[in-house]
Each structure stands twice: as structure tokens, then as C-alpha cells.
Design a protein around this ligand. Sequence first.
Ligand SMILES: NC(=O)c1ccc[n+]([C@@H]2O[C@H](COP(=O)([O-])OP(=O)(O)OC[C@H]3O[C@@H](n4cnc5c(N)ncnc54)[C@H](OP(=O)(O)O)[C@@H]3O)[C@@H](O)[C@H]2O)c1
Length: 358
Amino acid sequence: METLIVGILALGIVAVRLRALGVPVRVATRNAESAARLKASGLRVTGVGGSLTIEVSQVAAVDEYSTRDTFDLVVLATKAAEAIEVALRLLELLGPGGTLAPIQNGGVPQMLTGRLGDNRVLGGLSNLGATMTAPGVYEQRNAGHLLIGEVAGGESERTERVRQWLGRGVEVRVTPNIRGAVRSKLLLNCSVTTLGAIAGRTMRDYIASEDGRELFDRTYDEALSVALASGARPERMNVDPVPPNWSGRTVPSEAHDEWLCQILNSYGDVKPSMLQDFEQGRITEIDFINGYVVNLGRQFGVPTPANAAVAETVCSITCRKISPDPTLLGRILQAIRGENERVPPIRDGGKEWRWRPQ
Ligand SMILES: NC(=O)c1ccc[n+]([C@@H]2O[C@H](COP(=O)([O-])OP(=O)(O)OC[C@H]3O[C@@H](n4cnc5c(N)ncnc54)[C@H](OP(=O)(O)O)[C@@H]3O)[C@@H](O)[C@H]2O)c1
């Protein structure tokens, strides 16, 4: 299976582990400078799963791959906005029956399927945690896996082929409900990751405050209501996506505390990836996480004031008007309590629109 991996960080682990086993994969970078840097540094994986180093020869800028090079599988591992931007060009690199597999957080597989057709796009997400610790060095932070599946649902021969192929390097699982899995991850990203980034803390830290707990419940409840209204069936990941006795709103109970503990045990001590984006001055995926929930909420008539205010706060941090701080969670709550007087702007693909209470 001729394979191209586009964007090296999260999938650097897969590229290195496959290449170390002698499985041919090629790598595409953003530009010629990134390619030259990688060639000079080589690629090294450390952390969970053991250390491995490979020389990199088959790496080039994405634009240097021409239609002469055709692939059976292109794994798209850039950030969400970049994935949407580059996907159409990558389609030209697919051979007959070739597959594009995006692994971004948020609604990317569904957006790409809508644009490119589901015979070309396979849904995916990554539970592998990876951080670049030095040029060309990627630390694997957990023994996670890739999850793939047909966006239209069900099982297929190609998911099995891709699972077996990439599975030589990392654990790959298949689900007949990738849309539901993507939604379940989105629920956690909207609450665990984004609120942690805004607070500048892990979830375990911010959830200990009353404001942190209330805002977690509100963003989660809204995101789950939107998912259900849109017809998605959120799939169980580490934790059941629907809290115990949930009735459209969180019902405080011992069972709910236990459910929250399960989330904390799985994700409570992880430094939020969006916080790393803030620190490194990189774009975030907010438009594809809380912003995506707000857009879907508007489409399906579900009010999403907490997610709208959270998305707005992230934009203010990205623009360096404010810095991550735990007190921001209380300020967001105050703002949404007075939501009728307030209409926060949300960025939508570069444009701005204003959320209006429904
Ligand atoms: N990292 C993780 O642990 C992790 C875990 C789960 C899910 N994810 C998801 O995986 C996706 C990627 O995350 P990440 O942390 O790996 O992002 P990242 O740190 O931004 O790395 C993405 C890579 O893509 C490259 N890239 C950007 N635009 C490109 C283009 N047009 N053509 C080719 N390469 C391009 C970047 O190159 P430059 O270095 O030149 O900018 C960078 O190497 C996100 O959706 C994230 O939510 C990541």
C-alpha cells in the first residue's frame, strides 16, 4: 500500500515505527524548509513504546509531490484548518481506489466527506499523545491507538486493509460508528481540553473550583445536546459519553461524581494540547471544537451560550488580549448568566458571526 503521511507530529510515531520495520511510507511537510530540517535531524521517537531512530530520505514538501506520485493511502495529520486547506490537493495524489484518512480532532472527517465524497475519505482519530521535544524528536506520551471507520457507518474491506497496514507500526482499531467516536472525543475536547487551556491548568486542577465544575457541566451538556440533536450516536471511548441520569442537563449525584472521576482518571492530568498551542503562538483548533458545536447548535436549534463564550475567550487569548488564567472560568460563567444582554462573536472559517440567544 503506497502510503504518504502529511504532517509529521501526531503521526510521526506511526511513520517512524513503520519505517523501522522496513514498511515503506513517505512523508510530506508543509514546505521545503521543514523537509530539509527533517532530513538533517532524522526522526526519533522516544517515550512509551521505546526509542527508535530512522534516517529520513523520502520526505518532501507537499507541493513537491506531483500527480506522478500516486498513493493508495494518504494519512492527513495536520491541524484541522490546514487539513481542510490541503485536502483537495491531496485528492490529486490518490491512485484509483485510493483513500484519504484525516485524523484531526473535531468535525474534520465529516466536513471532508461532505466536500470530497465518502468513497475517498475514511474517518479517523488519534488517541496517541505525541509532543515534539527537539527538532525531529517526538515523545510518545501514551500507549494510545488510531481509530478508523467509514464516515457513512458500518464495516468495510478497506478499513480492514488500512488497519492491517498501519497496524504494523501502532495499534489501529476499527469502529462501525466513527462519527459517534469523533463526537465523543469532541465532547471531551470542548470541556476537558479547552477549559484546561483557558485556565492554564490540567482538568484535575480546574475542576476543583466551583466555577470550573459548573462550566465543565455546561459546556459538556450543550455539546452532548447538539450531538444528539444532529443524529449522532456518541460512542463509548474510555467513559460513557452520556452521564448517569442525564436529562439534557447534568444532574448532581454520587453516580455523576463517579462518572467524572473516570474522566479525571483518563484525562485529568494531561497538559491540554490547546495550552501548548497558546504557549507556542500556534493557531488553535477552536473553530473545529467549541466553535463547531456552536455552528451545529445554530443549525439544529440548540442554544450553546457556554461554548460560544468559551470560543470567544480562546480567540481573545490567541490575539494576546488576555492570558490563560483560572479566574477566566468564573468570568465566562458571569457573562453567560447575563447572556440576554450579550452577543459574543464567533469566528467561522475566518468570517465573524454573532451568536444570538434562541
Ligand atoms: N499531537 C497529539 O498528541 C495529538 C493527539 C490526538 C490528536 N491530535 C490531532 O492531530 C492533529 C495534528 O496535531 P499535531 O499536534 O500533530 O499538530 P501540529 O503540532 O500542528 O503538527 C502538525 C504537522 O503538520 C505539518 N503541516 C502543517 N500544514 C501542512 C501542510 N499544508 N502540508 C504538510 N504538512 C503540514 C506541520 O508542519 P510545520 O512543523 O512545518 O508547521 C506539523 O509538522 C490535530 O487535529 C490534533 O488535534 C494530536
